[in-house]
Design a protein around this ligand. Structure first.
Ligand code: SF4
Length: 449
């Protein structure tokens, strides 16, 4: 039977499914995590342990039409400086709650556009972090760089603050596509940012390319991918464009008739994937690729790959602390999302409160299902030998059911399950079968392919 036909039977070309960067997905977070619970989870981090810290800057100078991120445009520097003050105040409050010796092992600045900050503000923010919470000597400091919003002074400030990794969004180099998605960024501007980062010792460079963009063809994505690879990135994230104008109003500016059909989206992904493989990149999970000597590829080979809000990671910290409006923290006990409105976030922090917005307390069933889903998303399988006999007795019937439901796509052996290579486009749909909160809010999710 035709491979596309088989996958269509399971809704590959129609379904909207979570990306499973968390389980449960963030749209199931609710108001049952209070500031008191948030504070208790922070205080319960074991003394001396290593944590990750994610810092969110929700401002952009321009609002790209394709982007569904919650971010706000800025006309002047004032709000960004005021927001930086609040970030520093939140970090100082956190440091008063964290137990002795908690150390930052991974630090990521994301957004929005963190490179909107002036060089002096970057230096002030980095110093405030180091002055408040211990930072590991071997910290991995990564920053999302907008090539249109960076210069030598800011690159120097980030390098002096210890940046070793960077991520650059490209989307597509084709000028017509860039115009339609409201994000113009020439190859020369991107190349100059890459050269500036490399010259300052950035040893791991991640780039994002989107498939499924309006008027994108196999020829166009081939050309864009070849241009991207000429910049020699260490990692490439190949994300599907999610057209969700009911959630991101500015996407209404993108003509729906120019979007490729679902079958064409899969062909675009596979074309780009083939070029990456020819060029020696290893596939990492559903949508990432890395040079074989990159730490993400090593983590994948050694079974240490994890999934978090930034996608795939080799981060093994049990705790991720989110700082800034709408940032999400992850604790062994559950998730907390800071309040999303920048005004409410600033009000809470200035009043000396934690800016707790919503969250989720993990149940034992959540933890069990999240481990299965994470392993499916990271390694396309689940190995029962990694868990104890009591857990095995609970997980085995779930895997039996999964293999029955996806017969021909998932194989069940004595040691676990595995998604067949040809069926990996179905991975998010297969993971949804494990999701106990499942699909009732499918409009909040993106296309399965
Ligand atoms: S793509 Fe980047 S710069 Fe554009 S709106 Fe989204 S976060 Fe802002």
């Amino acid at each position: 039977m035709d491979r596309y036909f088989q996958m269509r039977q399971h809704g590959l070309f129609e379904a909207n499914v979570p990306r499973y960067t968390s389980y449960p997905p963030a749209n199931h977070f609710a108001g049952d995590v209070t500031p008191e619970i948030h504070r208790a989870w922070l205080a319960a981090i074991p003394a001396g342990s290593k944590v990750s810290l994610y810092l969110h800057v929700p401002f952009c100078r321009r609002l790209c039409w394709f982007c569904a991120c919650r971010t706000q445009g800025m006309q002047s520097e004032g709000p960004v400086v005021a927001y930086t003050d609040t970030l520093i105040q939140e970090i100082q409050s956190l440091s008063s709650i964290l137990p002795q010796g908690v150390e930052i092992a991974k630090l990521h600045w994301g957004g929005g556009t963190p490179t909107l900050l002036k060089a002096s503000e970057m230096t002030r923010l980095a110093a405030a972090i180091r002055g408040s919470i211990r930072v590991s000597d071997s910290v991995e400091f990564s920053v999302e760089i907008d090539p249109n919003e960076i210069d030598d002074a800011r690159l120097d400030a980030l390098a002096a603050a210890g940046m070793r990794r960077a991520s650059i969004g490209v989307q597509d180099f084709d000028p017509e596509i860039q115009k339609i998605i409201g994000r113009e960024q020439s190859f020369e501007v991107t190349r100059s940012a890459v050269e500036g980062l490399r010259a300052r010792g950035v040893s791991s460079l991640n780039t994002d390319l989107l498939y499924g963009l309006p008027r994108q063809t196999q020829e166009r994505i081939t050309a864009s991918m070849q241009m991207l690879l000429s910049l020699n990135p260490d990692r490439v994230a190949l994300y599907g464009y999610a057209h969700v104008p009911w959630m991101a109003k500015r996407q209404s500016l993108i003509p729906i008739e120019d979007l490729p059909a679902p079958e064409a989206r899969l062909a675009l992904f596979e074309t780009a994937e083939e070029i990456l493989r020819w060029d020696g990149y290893s596939r990492i999970g559903i949508d990432h690729f890395a040079r074989p000597n990159d730490t993400l590829a090593e983590a994948e080979r050694q079974g240490r790959l994890r999934r978090n809000f930034q996608g795939y990671t080799d981060d093994t910290c049990d705790v991720l602390i989110g700082v800034g409006a709408s940032s999400i923290s992850k604790f062994p006990q559950g998730f907390v999302q800071n309040t999303a409105s920048t005004a409410n976030y600033q009000r809470a922090v200035r009043a000396g409160d934690l800016p707790t917005g919503r969250g989720h307390v993990l149940t034992k069933d959540d933890i069990l299902r999240s481990e299965i889903i994470e392993q499916l998303m990271c390694g396309f399988g689940y190995d029962l030998r990694k868990i104890n006999p009591a857990q095995r007795a609970k997980v085995a019937p779930i895997l039996d059911d999964l293999a029955r439901a996806y017969d021909g796509h998932v194989t069940r052996t004595e040691t676990g399950v595995r998604i067949l290579e040809a069926s990996t486009p179905l991975t998010r749909i297969i993971a949804r079968h494990i999701d106990a909160y499942t699909s009732t809010q499918s409009a909040s999710h993106s296309s399965a392919i």
